[in-house]
Design a protein around this ligand. Structure first.
Ligand code: ADP
Ligand code: MG
Length: 324
């Protein structure tokens, strides 16, 4: 549905999007996850044809966004980070204006307005001034205008930013609902939000695509980093000797020695339970006991932090300065 190839964007000499490529399939909810400044809005603005790229290409259902902008843009509904809402108008007037700009007229326009008003739950406020609406309702109006013209893809840039917790839940539910009938791409800097709503996560860090997979697979990849934490009455030397016979045990880190030894053990292999079992059996009959044994699993949060905090990647401002 959307093919992005080697997308690159410089603002002056600053590299904001660094050679990003990915393909978006029909009928899923995709989350663009990344901290502020990662390049999410820049990427979305380019995909939707609102901003030119320095290099690379974007095709929407085969239509190049620069070569066939009309055909490509018709397939996309976009809620930018700062939507241009007309505060003195009512949602209804605003939707009519946007609908006409999208080429809708007469009965079809009226029908579609009624439909998006219903879908986004703004019927009760459709004749009030937009200025008088809460941020949550304004965001719904923004989503409603994106839905006009019945585009196949809906792109929402940080739709939950600035909302209160209840409004956030409502907008998330709305995104899920839209995901049943549209391909949805939305951006967020909140991991749990993306994890809760998306089928696929695109992690963006410093202008690069750092990971692209399902939340489940991203979690699974982490199993390789698994670690056991144990507390034992064996002294560190004794523990070392005990674990020497455990093949799956890779590195041993002693965290404290008194009153008991607290240590973590990592495994090279992917199976944390095999390590756990081997450690348990090594203790059995050794004369020492395991007072505590726990699995320290990696979380998506860990990967996210790791990916977004790695310094010195190309695209970092300091790398740019040297070149320019
Ligand atoms: P995100 O949406 O992930 O927060 P953006 O795409 O808005 O990231 O910005 C990516 C980087 O590009 C940031 O470092 C930002 O400061 C910079 N940037 C964004 N827009 C401009 C602009 N118009 N001119 C110069 N730099 C910009
Ligand atoms: Mg942004």
């Amino acid at each position: 549905m959307i093919e992005v190839e080697h997308l690159t964007k410089y603002y002056g000499s600053f590299l904001a999007v660094d050679d990003i490529s990915f393909t978006i399939e029909d009928g899923h909810v995709y989350g663009f996850l990344g901290p502020n400044g990662a390049g999410k809005s820049t990427t979305m603005n380019i995909i939707t044809g609102c901003l030119s790229a320095t290099a690379g290409r974007v095709r929407i259902d085969g239509h190049d966004i620069y070569e066939e902008p009309d055909k490509a843009k018709r397939l996309i509904g976009y809620l930018p980070e700062h939507p241009p809402l007309y505060l003195n108008e009512s949602p209804r007037e605003y939707l009519r204006f946007v609908g006409e700009a999208k080429g809708l007229r007469g009965e079809e326009l009226q029908r579609q307005i009624a439909e998006v008003v219903e879908k986004t739950g703004i019927a009760a406020v459709q004749n009030r001034r937009i200025a008088a609406l809460s941020k949550g309702y304004r965001q719904r109006v923004g989503i409603a205008q994106a839905l006009l013209g019945n585009p196949r893809v809906i792109i929402l840039d940080e739709p939950t930013v600035g909302l209160d917790p209840l409004q956030i839940i409502e907008i998330r539910d709305l995104i899920r609902e839209l995901g049943k009938t549209h391909t949805v791409i939305f951006s967020s800097h909140i991991l749990s939000e993306v994890q809760a709503i998306c089928d696929e996560i695109l992690m963006i860090a410093k202008g690069r695509l750092a990971a692209f997979d399902t939340p489940e697979n991203l979690e699974k990849e982490l199993l390789a980093r698994n670690e056991l934490r144990l507390t034992t009455d064996a002294a560190p030397g004794e523990l070392r000797a005990l674990l020497a016979g455990v093949e799956a045990a890779d590195t041993l880190t002693v965290e404290s020695e008194t009153p008991y030894t607290v240590a973590s053990v990592r495994t090279k292999g992917a199976d944390i339970y095999a390590l756990s079992r081997a450690v348990f059996l090594a203790f059995a009959g050794s004369g020492h006991v395991l007072l505590e044994l726990s699995l320290k699993k990696g979380t998506l949060e860990d990967v996210f932090i790791e990916l977004t905090e790695t310094p010195g990647k190309p695209g970092a401002p300091e790398a740019e300065e040297k070149e320019g």
